[in-house]
Ligand binder design. Structure first.
Ligand SMILES: [Zn+2]
Length: 558
């Protein structure tokens, strides 16, 4: 997702208020793995969810009825299924394999008793009702019509969906939603059915069924319900999808805003095509772009990107935002961080791939400007000198999104590309993606993939940029040694952090004004001296002309 309009302090306060921590489950139940936001369940693997949701005829502002059926594999040790679901929703009844069962409601969970344990697959149905106050955002749009939009990140699926609400347990999902016409429903997956149920007493009911054929995690499992106008973008990226054929794209918005569906979506097909070629086939059944009530600027729900409705105006959402959310379909959605401290595997990639779109579509100088903007954010943000990108000490999901996981991680991917070269870099990404798509990954998985394609250890690189705080701080002093025909560059590194091993780009300008680019290998030492052999004295040296230093440099001629 990208946070483009909520001030960060307000955002943190808001999230803090929503975070819930689960007490340890009773010994009888499957023990949650110690983890943020409740964690995954030991010995349980959810395979599939079916959510049936009935919106009342007068609109979603009244009680909504839910039936959530979870199909899960368990080991013999498991005698109950514990799902996350906020206490404010009322559970009416539960069934296991079609037979009524007992349940308890400790905190924001529902524990359903299972028959005596064996290694098997169970189907647990939970019927509940209420008016969600978060997760499913219910409000009236500008025309007064009610709308409902899922907005689950990071751990808000439990606000309306009974789930194992953690990124490590991905599952297939079927959405079967009934809502009064003229409302329509957009969701993850492919459209199975959209039909009218005639009614003699009320407005006709639209029954909509969407189904995913790829497992997804709960934060990107959503529906949108509104009196939508739909603009088909048609078949895009043909031959570049996991399924045979093309990637069908569309824009879903309020009918009032249809006249201002921005032109930037005209490039949505090219964006999918570029990333498919760089990474792997587009992972999902279709791609919808939806004007919604998300609290984020954009939210990368699988196969159905939700944008803040106010961004639907001429010139917006920007190509960069569309590219960021589209890149998440591969990074974050198809390959999902197994634990929250590794969320940079989602946000860092989305940030860098938006810059790669810029490089592809608008050229080198626009790309350097993107890199420069990323670096400026890193240098301005206090968190980059306080915490590492992979923050294993992360104690609250409220702090999971910050400049480290967006811009510092994105820039670090660029450093890695410079370090190992384009070929090894993109081969590494493709190998990592293929190995983990529709599953989960940790930072070490990515490191191993790059080490394989680079043919050498990158332990120092990941330790330096990902697992400790800070940025490089260089002072370079140079002089011309006329006797030995060489430039000598003395580099001193700042003391706040351990010295960095890095590659420093220098443009050497000769007396006639011609420029020669060289890369200096700076060792991880507090002082170093590097020589550049030249035939004639240079007029000047320009350091970091290609914006590939993550840090600051001051330079002077001695
Ligand atoms: Zn993002």
């Amino acid at each position: 997702m990208r946070i483009s309009f909520v001030p960060s302090s307000a955002f943190v306060v808001l999230l803090t208020a929503l975070v819930t921590f689960h007490p340890a489950a009773p010994a009888l139940f499957a023990q949650p793995t110690p983890s943020l936001t409740g964690g995954s369940r030991a010995n349980i693997d959810v395979l599939h969810y079916e959510f049936r949701i009935d919106f009342p005829n007068r609109g979603a502002l009244d009680t909504i009825r839910f039936a959530a059926t979870t199909t899960a594999r368990r080991t013999s040790a498991v005698t109950s299924l514990s799902l996350d679901l906020v206490a404010s929703l009322h559970v009416d009844s539960t069934y296991v394999n079609g037979v009524p069962s007992t349940f308890t409601r400790p905190g924001d969970s529902v524990n359903v008793a299972l028959p005596a344990g064996s290694m098997d697959t169970i189907r647990v149905a939970i019927f509940y009702h209420g008016v969600p106050t978060d997760g499913l955002i219910i409000r009236r749009d500008a025309t007064g019509a009610w709308t409902a939009f899922g907005d689950n990140f990071p751990d808000r699926a439990r606000q309306w969906l009974a789930t194992v609400d953690h990124p490590s347990d991905k599952a297939l999902v079927d959405w079967i939603v009934r809502a009064p016409a003229p409302h329509r429903v957009i969701a993850n997956g492919e459209l199975v059915e959209e039909s009218l149920e005639p009614s003699v007493t009320t407005a006709p009911i639209v029954r909509t069924h969407w189904r995913t054929i790829r497992p997804i995690y709960t934060a990107v499992m959503v529906i949108g319900v509104a009196p939508f106008a739909v603009l088909e973008l048609g078949d895009t990226a043909c031959g570049l999808a996991e399924r045979a054929g093309c990637v069908r794209q569309s824009v879903w918005t309020n009918p009032e805003r249809r006249a201002v569906i921005p032109g930037n979506f005209a490039r949505a097909g090219e964006i999918v095509a570029l990333f498919s070629k760089l990474v792997g086939p587009f992972p999902y059944e279709k791609l919808a772009h939806v004007a919604s009530s998300t609290r984020y600027g954009g939210m990368e729900n699988a196969g159905a990107i939700f944008y803040a409705e106010h961004l639907f105006k001429p010139g917006s959402p920007t190509e960069s935002l569309i590219a960021h959310e589209t890149a998440h379909q591969w990074f974050g959605d198809a390959v999902t961080e197994r634990e929250w401290p590794h969320v940079w595997l989602s946000e860092g990639f989305a940030t860098y791939f938006a810059a790669l779109w810029t490089e592809h579509a608008h050229g080198d100088s626009a790309f350097r400007q993107d890199l420069s903007n990323m670096r400026t954010k890193v240098l301005k943000s206090p968190i980059t000198v306080e915490k590492p990108v992979v923050d294993e000490g992360l104690d609250s999901v409220a702090r999971v999104l910050n400049t480290n996981v967006y811009e510092k991680a994105g820039f670090t991917l660029h450093l890695l590309r410079r370090e190992i070269g384009d070929s090894a870099f993109f081969r590494g990404i493709r190998a990592y993606y293929v190995a983990h798509r529709h599953s989960n990954a940790l930072t070490a998985d990515l490191q191993r993939a790059f080490e394989k394609t680079a043919g050498r250890s990158l332990e120092w690189f990941f330790a330096q940029w990902m697992r400790r705080p800070g940025v490089a701080d260089l002072t370079a002093t140079w002089h011309w040694d006329s006797t030995r025909k060489r430039v000598v560059v003395a580099v001193v590194q700042g003391h706040q952090f351990a010295p960095y091993k890095l590659s420093l780009t220098v443009d050497v300008v000769d007396a006639k004004g011609a420029t020669k680019r060289v890369r200096l290998a700076i060792p991880a030492a507090s002082t170093s001296s590097i020589t550049i052999p030249l035939t004639t004295a240079p007029r000047s040296l320009n350091f970091d002309a290609d914006v590939s230093l993550l840090g600051t440099i001051r330079s002077s001629r001695r």
